[in-house]
Design a protein around this ligand. Structure first.
Ligand code: NAD
Ligand code: UD1
Length: 359
């Protein structure tokens, strides 16, 4: 059975954790990454953790020739597509870069996949496609809208995937809508390594705790939430990685029913996955202040903070309905906020300079 997976963006934060989970589940992986937001050191550490070298191709998803070569050299069952740029603020100042990388890059990848008849894809989407949700918890049928180019690029790719599934039912396309991934591998060897001053809450808190940044600015304390600060659905990155394995297992199972099912079954359209969006979240909301308190307790560090005005584009509360993932993928997040803080803290304190320092 073909268990070879192309992992675009596999050198990044979520990609590295997913490579480890895929390897443990018996999948063969080939990582394709241009290292624009990651490093060879991340790949080295994944190799050490899995006990064998990683098959790594340094390449850009917008480079069709280089992608084609990967498909000539390997026979893939499917692709997990993490490669993309993800900084919301930067996307506002560089929209063309974001649309080019995230949208044009994905179109190039899909064209090459079609050329080599590899039509199984798991795509990194985001809860950002729900915009300001009309109800909570957010389920997959909620309306979608985005206000910044990063979010638009994710939504546009989702629309492209929907159209593709309509045009040709042999595609199996699963956008996974991540809520707020945090945490790190329990070994402390891999984790999130922001290039600059972090934009997101958890890396900011951990850099304050380790003494790299003086204090946290909390964006708003007047939201209609439990304590006035924003509420998010934080999910441990290893749970998230396991969600990709579950989605891939589901895809494999469904497509093998198609290949090997009875005549009646193989003509049954239910076995064609088409476009199947699934939330990956815990279903539980945690406020900014609650996360700060949890991190402070775990790390035994004081985390100075002050309140500043709301950040443009932020919403009050956002958490997932995780029912679809539970019902269809038989997956649910298992790790707690304490686990998320503990593993982030281990990674941060063992690697105060991320992958740049040595351990
Ligand atoms: P990351 O930046 O750590 O990883 C992305 C990887 O893609 C990097 O290694 C980067 O070098 C690579 N890459 C970028 N553009 C590329 C290109 N044109 N060709 C080849 N490689 C390229 O980000 P992450 O946090 O691991 O996120 C992975 C995916 O999940 C992204 O698509 C992101 O938008 C999405 N996502 C992330 C979050 C989050 O909070 N981290 C939330 C929702 C969705
Ligand atoms: C942000 C992005 C979203 C992206 C997600 C994961 C914006 C508007 N949204 O979501 O598109 O999918 O990251 O990458 O950027 N906070 C502070 N101080 C900080 C940082 C954050 O108070 O220094 C607060 C925020 O106001 C928010 C919460 O912490 O209430 C979480 O913020 P963050 O980690 O940036 O995630 P999101 O805003 O959910």
């Amino acid at each position: 059975m073909n268990k070879k997976i192309l992992v675009t963006g596999g050198a990044g934060y979520i990609g590295t954790h997913t490579c480890i989970a895929l390897h443990a589940a018996g999948y063969d992986i080939v990582v394709y990454d241009n290292l624009s937001n990651s490093s060879r050191e991340a790949i080295n550490r994944v190799s050490i953790l899995i006990g064998q070298p990683i098959d790594f191709i340094e390449g850009d998803i917008r480079d069709a020739e280089s992608l084609r070569q990967a498909f000539v050299d390997h026979r893939f069952f499917g692709v997990i597509h993490f490669a993309g740029l993800k900084a919301v603020g930067e996307s506002v100042t560089k929209p063309l870069l974001y649309y080019n990388n995230n949208v044009s890059g994905t179109i190039t990848l899909l064209e090459v996949m079609r050329q080599y008849n590899v039509k199984n894809l798991i795509f990194s989407s985001s809860a950002t496609v729900y915009g300001d949700p009309k109800f909570l918890p957010i389920d997959e049928s909620s309306s979608r809208s985005c206000t910044n180019p990063y979010g638009q690029s994710k939504l546009t790719v989702e629309h492209i995937l929907e159209d593709l599934a309509v045009s040709d039912e042999s595609w199996n396309l699963i956008p996974l809508r991540y809520f707020n991934p945090v945490g790190a591998h329990p070994s402390g060897q891999i984790g999130e390594d922001p290039n600059d001053i972090p934009n997101n809450l958890m890396p900011y808190i951990s850099q304050v705790a380790v003494g790299k940044l003086p204090k946290l600015s909390i964006f708003g304390n007047d939201y209609p939430t439990i304590d006035g600060t924003g509420v998010r659905d934080f999910i441990h990155v290893t749970d998230l990685a396991q969600g990709h394995v579950a989605a891939l297992d589901y895809l494999k199972q469904q497509t093998s029913i198609e290949e090997h099912g009875s005549d009646e079954k193989s003509s049954d359209k239910k076995n064609s996955i088409g476009f199947l969006p699934i939330n990956l979240g815990t279903g539980k909301g945690t406020s900014v202040l609650e996360l700060v308190a949890a991190f402070s307790k775990v790390s035994e560090q004081n985390i100075p903070y002050h309140f500043v005005s709301r950040r443009a584009g932020d919403i009050a509360s956002c958490y997932a309905s995780a029912d679809k993932a539970k019902d269809m993928l038989k997956w649910r997040a298992k790790l707690s906020i304490t686990d998320m803080c503990q593993d982030t803290w281990r990674w941060q304190s063992m690697n105060p300079n991320g992958y740049d320092g040595s351990i």
